[in-house]
Design a protein around this ligand. Structure first.
Ligand SMILES: C[S@@+](CC[C@H](N)C(=O)[O-])C[C@H]1O[C@@H](n2cnc3c(N)ncnc32)[C@H](O)[C@@H]1O
Length: 455
């Protein structure tokens, strides 16, 4: 297990914690305050191998700055990702809290060590240079400073970038789903402050895993004697000119970014509210149809809203079924009006390929909530499952305005859902299996609706 810690320099600030497994998958993340809480969280998460700490560790100098800060400044200051000077002149830096933590846990701080369970290593890292170097940014993402709207936009961008790191496997992570939920619910700067340490810790944990993998993507700036910082080498391309909106992502691809999409817009930029200047400048690698290339996300949603079909899709979510993401993606492809998640609020987003951001996704605690929503709008609920009372969909007069309700792998639809629905339909089968995969069934039924009603 590898750990990321965004450690508050003083004893009262918030500290972000994150753990990834040996394959780099995010296991958990949290935000705590006291030394005891940090120790408790670490104890609960098993033996560490590599720990990446965003806080000074080795600080031998009484005044001035460390050689590591000079070196980081040399390569990263022009990307606004330089380092503040650190020395022992401040009471909270003598000794540094990071070093106290490493000593109390028995972690080596020697960057010559690769780390093992018997001999874990703790390294000082900086997320800012880390992000610029790893994501190939033209300038640091502004998520720490500014107005609520600016910071929120910076956060959205940052979490989107972190989601491009496949090793973290974030679509499967409940901890990340919670981060996403809290970001979506944030209305004040303090909400973003609370998230910041946790998101930084997740990124630090990824750096820790990279160190363990020894893949050569990290460099030690400085040394054990004078203090050091571990960060990736800087991007190859020059920084985005100052004043350019949003601290742009450079065209240089990061190693994990799939080679999809379109590059920067060629020629004169088009005029209109729908165009996103950042995408025009940097290219668009999102999972959108060509007609929406370079469009702002809100503009795409507004355009879809004007022509969505009058059927909605609902899915029971009692078990975090993997199919749910695929069903949401298909609902998006067929322009369903809304998607309803019934049951657990957190649903498994793997498979949705971020298509949920272009959908209106509503949650209901139980089937009664969904039925109430549908009845209030005069929408019949069509349950889809192959149970004894089901009518073959081929013989069923599928209404144009309706809610299609699907069950999960294993249990299928709950008794409550089957009893409360206005109709129960099935896809006729001819082989030996009891049922088909839930997301395949949903795709067939949604297409059946499209075949009958789409114009
Ligand atoms: C694995 S199936 C449910 C189990 C199934 N009722 C059984 O008897 O084994 C999971 C979900 O996939 C969908 N599904 C799978 N096969 C289906 C079929 N032939 N007709 C309708 N829905 C089906 C339904 O929404 C169902 O709730």
């Amino acid at each position: 297990m590898h750990i990321g810690i965004d450690l508050a320099w003083g004893a009262n600030g918030r500290t972000g914690l994150a753990a990834v497994d040996d394959d780099g998958r995010l296991l958990d993340s949290a935000s705590v305050r006291t030394d005891a809480e940090i120790a408790g969280w670490l104890d609960a998460h098993g033996p560490a191998v590599v720990v990446a700490v965003d806080a000074p560790l080795v600080v031998p100098n009484a005044t001035g700055r460390r050689e590591a800060e000079r070196l980081i400044g040399l390569v990263y200051a022009r990307y606004d990702a330089g380092a503040h000077p650190t020395n022992r002149s401040r009471p909270w830096m003598d000794p540094p809290r990071g070093m106290q933590l490493a000593e109390s846990r028995g972690w080596s701080v020697d960057p010559d060590h690769t780390g093992t369970e018997q001999r874990p290593v703790c390294l000082e890292v900086y997320p800012h240079p880390g992000m610029v170097g790893l994501f190939g940014l033209g300038r640091v993402v502004p998520y720490k400073k500014g107005s609520f709207a600016d910071r929120r936009a910076g956060f959205e961008r940052l979490v989107g970038l972190i989601e491009t790191l496949p090793a973290l496997d974030l679509p499967r992570s409940a901890a990340w789903a919670s981060v996403r939920e809290r970001l979506a619910a944030a209305t004040r700067l303090v909400d973003l402050d609370r998230l910041e340490d946790e998101v930084d810790a997740v990124f630090c944990a990824h750096l820790a895993w990279r160190w363990a993998r020894r893949d050569g993507s990290l460099v030690v700036y400085g040394d054990l004697r004078q203090g050091y910082v571990v960060a990736p080498p800087p991007p190859e391309q020059p920084p985005t000119p100052r004043g350019a909106p949003g601290g742009a992502v450079a065209a240089a691809p990061i190693e994990e970014r799939p080679p999809v999409g379109v590059g920067p817009w060629r020629g004169e930029w088009p005029e209109g509210e729908q165009w996103d200047p950042e995408l025009l400048r940097q290219g668009d690698s999102r999972n959108v149809v060509d007609a929406y290339r370079y469009w702002r996300m809100e503009a795409i949603v507004a355009d879809l809203d004007a022509r969505r079909h009058p059927f909605s899709v609902a899915i029971e979510n009692w078990q975090h079924d993997l199919n749910i993401g695929s069903i949401v993606r298909t609902a998006n492809a067929f322009a369903a009006a809304t998607v309803h998640i019934v049951g657990r609020r957190r649903w498994n987003k793997r498979g949705a390929m971020v298509t949920d951001r272009y959908q209106h996704v509503l949650h209901h605690d139980d089937v009664a909530g969904l039925l109430q929503w549908a009845r209030g709008r005069g929408l019949p609920v069509v349950a889809v499952d192959n149970v004894p009372a089901s009518v073959p969909i081929t013989a069923y007069d599928l209404p144009e305005r309706c809610v299609l309700l699907f069950g999960q792998e294993g249990p299928g639809l709950s008794a409550e859902a089957l009893a409360g629905a206005d109709a129960v339909v099935e896809i006729p089968q001819y082989g030996s299996t009891r049922s088909i995969n839930a997301s395949a069934a949903a795709a067939i039924v949604m297409h059946e609706w499209v075949r009958r009603w789409a114009r």
